[in-house]
Ligand binder design. Sequence first.
Ligand SMILES: *[C@@H]1O[C@H](CO)[C@@H](O)[C@H](O)[C@H]1NC(C)=O
Ligand SMILES: *[C@@H]1O[C@H](CO)[C@@H](O)[C@H](O)[C@H]1NC(C)=O
Ligand SMILES: *[C@@H]1O[C@H](CO)[C@@H](O)[C@H](O)[C@H]1NC(C)=O
Ligand SMILES: *[C@@H]1O[C@H](CO)[C@@H](O)[C@H](O)[C@H]1NC(C)=O
Ligand SMILES: *[C@@H]1O[C@H](CO)[C@@H](O)[C@H](O)[C@H]1NC(C)=O
Length: 454
Amino acid sequence: MALRAAGRLLPPLLLLLLPLAASAALSGYFGTKCRYEEVNPHLVQDPLSLGPAAAAARAPAACAPLQLRALLRHGTRYPTAKQIRCLGELHGRLRRAAASCPAAAALAAWHMWYEESFDGQLAPRGQRDMEHLARRLAARFPALFAARRRLALASSSKHRCLQSGAAFRRGLGPPLPRDDGEMEIEVNDSLMRFFEHCQKFVALVEENKTATHQVDAFKKGPEMRRVLEKVASVLCLPADELNADLIQVAFLTCSYELAIKNMTSPWCSLFNEEDAKVLEYLNDLKQYWKRGYGYDINSRSSCNLFQDIFQQLDKAVEESKSSKPISSPVIVQIGHAETLQPLLALMGFFKDDEPLRANNYVKQTHRKFRSGRIVPYAANLVFVLYHCDQVKTSKEEYQVQMLLNEKLLPFHHSNKTISVYADLKDYYKDILQNCHFKEECELPKNNNTATDEL
Ligand SMILES: *[C@@H]1O[C@H](CO)[C@@H](O)[C@H](O)[C@H]1NC(C)=O
Ligand SMILES: *[C@@H]1O[C@H](CO)[C@@H](O)[C@H](O)[C@H]1NC(C)=O
Ligand SMILES: *[C@@H]1O[C@H](CO)[C@@H](O)[C@H](O)[C@H]1NC(C)=O
Ligand SMILES: *[C@@H]1O[C@H](CO)[C@@H](O)[C@H](O)[C@H]1NC(C)=O
Ligand SMILES: *[C@@H]1O[C@H](CO)[C@@H](O)[C@H](O)[C@H]1NC(C)=O
């Protein structure tokens, strides 16, 4: 609020002198580029603390955990090569404008240290995200993680995910004496990058420019126009020399400098909190239409992963019933925001009454679908299967909890934070029985021109 006032009252140069306040006010609006600390602020002080929600997340009474399945997004990463190129272009433009414009000069003086070869790789900060996450999970579920030899690690083939897997493993400490060698990381793109294996998704959404027309419309809409004109005026540029993509790159750079270097960069000074909300909405719109509820195929393409989770849970239940050791007590799989978001949509989480559209920005102020809260860097969705003592609870033997970013996630069918396993399966029985990746993802066989156009 203070900053919004500042934006109105102070001339551009003074605005650039408020960087600390700026980053604090903006950091919650970076969408998928949010730091994990935004959803768990206590970690800023103590990255190993289980935080205020830990007590509530303790094992339910008379229950012992049997299996933990964690789906992780990789940790903090560098910008992609495309973003770095775009930033280089913007930076060059500002250097040319610098002579006659103090605000542009301040940004031109910023050191452009990103190289294209950084292309989306895990940043050192991202390794720490993963090591700390591993240590916190192990502290919360000591019995499960004690059997580290039986930890199954899988990852998407992307470098940042493999590196995240290695960092997670390091976080668990040196190998146990009886470990036979390193814990292998299995690459499994059909589970972690299902979206690119789903032909129908690729054709209808990924490679279809009109699929994101709401995003394009918002880029040209009044909210973005206001931000663009403001930034152009601060930088002494004609508005038509900037576009929504360049504005987004400036905002992204602010987010990257904070996430990667823990630094408030001068790029943040271009934006106040109102601007940040608009840019957050732009990011959420894209996630919504490409990964969320926008199109059914977005979530349906994740049904293999969904079913795999329940198959492993079933297997653990069977093993427990026949008093066998659980063959996979801990399964950790590392993918992307694009892996988690569709799965959460398939399960019905964070669905707003109305779709996110270019023309309902104000109406969506209090939306559930906020990527920064759902899939920041190092986001994690954890399923925990418990075996519970029937005598004490007089309930079913097997129960489940879900944690999103280390906080209990109330189930969609009950709004409770624990569910009888059988009830959960019953609630999702249609997906479990009728969602088949091959059929869902097949392109219509009829001769339409869709395939030709691509
Ligand atoms: C990936 O995981 C699925 C489900 O567990 C499995 O069927 C498949 O064989 C795995 N693929 C690879 C390449 O390991
Ligand atoms: C692209 O998306 C639009 C909007 O959803 C849709 O009408 C069209 O059929 C899609 N095109 C292809 C080739 O799938
Ligand atoms: C990041 O910066 C803040 C404020 O300067 C500081 O308190 C914090 O310890 C830093 N965190 C890390 C991980 O360096
Ligand atoms: C779910 O439970 C929470 C806390 O108990 C409550 O605040 C919320 O209103 C409930 N939501 C629904 C949809 O019932
Ligand atoms: C496929 O569609 C095109 C145009 O829609 C048509 O000219 C062509 O004959 C069709 N081919 C077949 C095999 O049906």
